[in-house]
Design a protein around this ligand. Structure first.
Ligand code: KG4
Ligand code: ZN
Length: 336
C-alpha cells in the first residue's frame, strides 16, 4: 500500500494556458475546476505568455472558490496547499505560486511545489491500485514527450525524450499549416475521422533502436506536403496521415521501452493522451505484447490541478514540505 496524505489538499495549476484549482483527498478528486484560456489564445494561434499571466490573475481566485464550493468544503478544512512551481511560463507559474503561498501563510498549513510532469504522471493515480510498480509512463503534451520508468510515486528515471519538438507541437504545427484551428490536436483528431491515414507518407523521425523521439522532420514534411499539394491537399487525409505517424511512433517506442524495462504495465498521460486513435492503438499493441495499459479519463489528460494534488498527496505523506522561499523555475528536470 502506498501511503497517501489523508486530509484535504487544495491544488493549483497555472503553468501554461489553463487556470485550474482542485480539492483532492487521498486518491479521491473532490473537485477539479479548469478555467481555459484557449478561446483567448486562439486569436493569436498559440499561447501569448503575457496574456496568459494576466488571465491567470483574473481566474485564480474564482477557480479556487469554485473548487471549494464543488467539494462542499470551506477554506478552513483544507490541510495543505499544492502548486505547480516548475517548469512552465514564469509569469503564469508565479500567479499560482503567489496564491498558494498567501493561502498557506494565512491558513498556517503546509505548502508543496510540484513538477508539472510529475503531475501528469500522477494523473493516473486514480488507477494506481490496479497498476503495478515499476511501470513505464509515456507523457505526451504540448511541451513534452518523455518516456519515464516509474519505480514508485516520486521515483522516476527518464528512458527517452524528444530531441526537438514535442508530440503535441507536431499536432499543433501540422494543424496550423493546414489552416486548422488551435490547439491543433483536437482539430486534427476531428478532421482525421473522415480521412484515409495511408494517403500521404510522412517520416517517423529517428530510426533504429532508440527511446528518443524527433518530430521536427515531420513538421518540415508537412510544410512540403502543404506547399506541393496546394489546393489539391485533402485535409482529412493529411490529418489522418499525421495522426497515424505520430500514434505509430509513440506506440512503438512505448511498447519497446516497457518490454526492455521488464515491466508489465504501461500508462499514457498528458494532453495528447486525449487522442482516441492513439489510446486505441497503444492499448491494442500493449495487449498483443502482454502489457496492461492504462490512461486516465480525458479531463485528467489535459492540464488540470487534480493531478498536482494527487502528486502532492504522495509527497506530503512522506513528510515533504516547502516554505515561502519556494520559487518558480521555467525549466527543471523531473525529480529522479
Ligand atoms: O498537457 P497539455 O494540456 O498541456 C501541456 O502541458 O502542454 O497538452 C496540450 C497539448 C496540445 O499540444 C494539444 O494539441 C494536445 O495536447 N491535445 C491533443 C488532443 N487534445 C489535446 N493532441 C491530440 N489529440 C487530442 N485529442
Ligand atoms: Zn501539461
Amino acid at each position: 500500500m502506498i501511503p497517501l496524505f489523508t486530509e484535504p489538499i487544495l491544488a493549483i495549476e497555472s503553468s501554461c494556458d489553463e487556470t485550474s484549482a482542485a480539492v483532492v483527498q487521498g486518491r479521491s478528486i473532490l473537485s477539479n475546476v479548469v478555467a481555459s484560456q484557449i478561446e483567448m489564445h486562439r486569436q493569436w494561434g498559440g499561447v501569448v505568455p503575457e496574456a496568459a499571466a494576466r488571465a491567470h490573475v483574473e481566474s485564480v481566485l474564482p477557480a479556487i472558490q469554485q473548487a471549494l464550493n464543488q467539494s462542499n468544503l470551506v477554506l478552513s478544512s483544507i490541510r495543505a496547499l499544492a502548486v505547480t512551481n516548475r517548469p512552465g511560463l514564469v509569469g503564469a507559474l508565479s500567479v499560482g505560486l503567489t496564491a498558494a503561498k498567501a493561502l498557506s501563510v494565512s491558513l498556517r498549513i503546509p505548502l508543496l511545489g510540484i513538477h508539472h510532469l510529475e503531475g501528469h504522471i500522477s494523473s493516473a493515480a486514480i488507477l494506481f491500485e490496479k497498476m503495478s510498480f515499476p511501470h513505464v509512463c509515456l507523457i505526451v503534451s504540448g511541451g513534452h514527450t518523455e518516456l519515464v520508468y516509474v519505480r514508485s510515486p516520486g521515483a522516476y528515471r527518464i528512458l527517452g525524450q524528444t530531441l526537438d519538438d514535442a508530440a503535441g507541437e507536431a499536432f499543433d504545427k501540422g494543424a496550423r499549416l493546414m489552416g486548422l484551428g488551435y490547439p491543433g490536436g483536437r482539430e486534427i483528431e476531428e478532421a482525421a475521422k473522415q480521412g484515409n491515414p495511408n494517403r500521404y507518407s510522412l517520416p517517423k523521425g529517428l530510426s533504429g533502436e532508440t527511446s528518443n523521439f524527433s518530430f521536427s522532420g515531420l513538421k518540415t514534411a508537412m510544410l512540403r506536403l502543404v506547399e506541393c499539394e496546394g489546393s489539391n491537399l485533402n485535409i482529412a487525409d493529411a490529418a489522418a496521415s499525421l495522426q497515424r505517424v505520430i500514434s505509430d511512433v509513440l506506440t512503438e517506442r512505448a511498447i519497446r521501452a516497457s518490454l526492455d524495462g521488464g515491466v508489465n504495465c504501461l500508462s499514457l498521460v498528458g494532453g495528447v493522451a486525449a487522442n482516441s486513435e492513439l489510446r486505441r492503438k497503444m492499448g491494442a499493441a500493449a495487449e498483443r505484447n502482454g502489457l496492461r495499459f492504462y490512461s486516465p479519463p480525458l479531463e485528467l489528460c489535459t492540464d488540470n490541478a487534480a493531478m498536482i494534488g494527487l502528486a502532492a498527496s504522495f509527497r506530503l505523506a512522506r513528510g515533504q514540505r516547502d516554505d515561502v522561499a519556494l520559487d518558480v523555475l521555467p525549466n527543471a528536470p523531473l525529480p529522479e
